[in-house]
Ligand binder design. Structure first.
Ligand code: ADP
Ligand code: ZN
Length: 211
């Protein structure tokens, strides 16, 4: 099973990907997470990406495409995977089609209004150790500022500041949304309602994927 999760920042792609990954026994490949790890470790990639990510801009296509290419040939990808946050430009979508021996199954587009996104992202907290996602109002950790799963510290992402969020939403509408047409033309696009509670969408996705 090879699926893509498309959608604006804060649409809940990471939350749903964790649920589907577990149910299907396939990994989630999150380019945002790969970049944040590289930034935390101060690698060459991390240093290159940092300026873009902090401003809410896209990291150049060739850099991202190289990362994904390398990741998809790892043995754990044999049974399939969920791509979260990639592709983010039409050029990335084309590069993905070129690297796959057989086609993607589905590109799910997470639909949610811009007004809801702002509220979600300003309250979002992420575990610095395992990547688990919480929300100060809608889904706080039972352990306060520590992760329920691994006791790691919960942090606000550097790019979850209001001004950067606006820029990321703008970048999404301009550069990423055109991908919907790309997948629509190829009969791969399924739009899902990503507003409201994550449990409802999780049920829908599990059903659509036959899990
Ligand atoms: P979100 O979807 O919540 O904005 P991500 O974790 O997917 O967050 O991405 C965070 C940042 O990492 C993006 O704003 C961008 O700078 C960079 N990034 C992630 N994936 C890509 C990609 N496929 N192409 C270019 N930049 C990317
Ligand atoms: Zn954790």
């Amino acid at each position: 099973m090879k699926v893509v999760f498309l959608g604006p920042p804060g649409a809940g792609k990471g939350t749903q990907a964790a649920i589907i990954s577990k149910a299907a026994g396939i990994p989630t490949i999150s380019t945002g997470m790969i970049l944040r790890d590289a930034m935390a470790q101060g690698t060459v990639l991390g240093k290159e990406a940092e300026g873009y990510v902090k401003k809410g801009e896209l990291v150049p296509d060739d850099v991202i495409i190289g990362i994904v290419k390398e990741r998809l040939i790892q043995p754990d990808c044999e049974k399939g995977y969920i791509l979260d946050g990639f592709p983010r430009t039409v050029a990335q979508a084309q590069a993905l089609d070129d690297m796959l021996p057989d086609a993607l199954d589905t590109a799910f587009s997470f639909e949610v209004a811009d007004s809801e996104i702002m509220a979600r992202l300003t309250g979002r907290r992420e575990c610095g150790a395992c990547g688990a996602i919480y929300h100060i109002k809608n889904g706080p950790s039972a352990k306060g500022s520590a992760c329920e799963k691994c006791d790691g510290e919960l942090i606000q992402r550097a790019d979850d500041k209001e001004e950067t969020i606006r820029n990321r939403m703008d970048v999404y509408h301009r550069q990423t949304e055109p991908i919907k047409d790309y997948y629509k033309q190829r009969g791969k696009l399924v739009c899902v309602d990503a507003s409201g509670e994550p449990e409802r969408l999780a049920k829908e996705l599990l059903k659509r994927l036959g899990l």
